[in-house]
Design a protein around this ligand. Structure first.
Ligand code: ADP
Length: 308
């Protein structure tokens, strides 16, 4: 069963900007799926369309077999959305925020109370149920957002940057909660800027760039293709020109600074051996970019000119 299927989905905004250029994407039921992409790639547009906040220009969206256009109510009831910004009334209690949401889905009061209790316990917020939400920590507020999105027991949970701005310890504890939600059968689609988060949680991944899907595969094989590290080397003595180092791509930044691509199969020791053979001494080196940036650069570079 497919949790989500996007077919040739296009979005042209009123100003003529083509934010989605006909994307196709399938997410299987039960998956924990990462949707990644640089800023402006079209992630929010895609998520907006899936959650009925943005109207597509053409194409179709199917959610657990329901067509979002012709079976909108059924399709929508399958989805829980956790948007990026905290958007509940901060003067209400935690319990009320979640319970009221159940009302929007027409869940009878008794059932709504049960669901509210279940979701608050699941998000480890039951002891905070009578707290005015304004007084909660940032991490707790984010968990209220998730509890609220889960109250109608959606089959598909969409998390848009759920841990943006929370510190690493809280982020990791939220990962455990998200894993638990997924392990109980809820399909999750996650957008994030933290590759570590996607890597740790998600089984499958799509990367979107300039309104097109440039990569769609399982996480393990994608990461396996990240086979090059980039380093900036500060040299002891100025060079007249960029050296030729066998097996390495060398970019000349200036006479005392080189940018070197180091294939993992060769590694740094091989690089240093090559440099030593040419009497080039390195004062210091730093890793040029994190894995997320590198992933984007590799994938986006490899797809330049495609999907446009
Ligand atoms: P992401 O979430 O990946 O950062 P978005 O989906 O928000 O990307 O935006 C994709 C592109 O569409 C961006 O270039 C953005 O400026 C443009 N865009 C978004 N919303 C509108 C709008 N309402 N009108 C015109 N352009 C928009």
């Amino acid at each position: 069963m497919k949790a989500l299927s996007l077919q040739n989905l296009k979005k042209v905004y009123a100003n003529g900007f083509e934010a989605l250029k006909g994307i196709n994407l399938d997410v299987e039921a039960g998956d924990f799926f990462a949707l990644l992409g640089p800023n402006g790639a079209g992630k929010s547009t895609a998520i907006g369309i899936i959650s009925s906040l943005v109207t597509p220009s053409s194409g179709s969206v199917t959610i657990f077999g329901y067509d979002l256009n012709t079976q909108r109510a059924q399709a929508k009831s399958c989805i829980g959305l956790v948007p990026q910004e905290i958007n509940f009334n901060q003067f209400e209690t935690v319990h009320n925020i979640v319970l009221t949401q159940a009302g929007y889905y027409g869940i009878p009061y008794k059932q709504a109370l049960k669901n509210t209790e279940h979701c608050l316990k699941q998000m480890q917020l039951w002891d905070k149920k009578d707290t005015i939400s304004r007084r909660l920590s940032g991490g707790m507020k984010r968990r209220v957002m998730i509890a609220r999105a889960l109250v109608h027991a959606p089959k598909l949970l969409i998390l848009d940057e759920p841990t943006a701005g929370v510190d690493i310890e809280i982020r990791r504890s939220m990962w455990d909660l998200m894993r638990e939600v997924n392990s109980r059968g809820t399909t999750i689609i996650l957008t994030t800027h933290y590759l570590e988060e996607a890597e740790s949680l998600c089984r499958n991944i799509a990367i979107i760039n300039n309104g097109a899907i440039v990569e769609n595969s399982d996480m393990a094989s994608l990461l396996g293709r990240l086979h090059t590290d980039h380093f900036i080397l500060d040299l002891e003595r100025p060079l007249a020109h960029a050296p030729t180092l066998k097996g390495f791509d060398v970019d000349w930044v200036n006479e005392k600074t080189l940018n070197v691509a180091v294939p993992k199969v060769l590694g740094l020791s091989q690089l240093f051996a090559e440099l030593a053979a040419q009497q080039i001494n390195v004062l210091s080196l730093k890793n040029k970019s994190n894995r997320l940036e590198q992933l984007f650069m590799d994938v986006v570079d490899a797809n330049k000119g495609e999907g446009k």
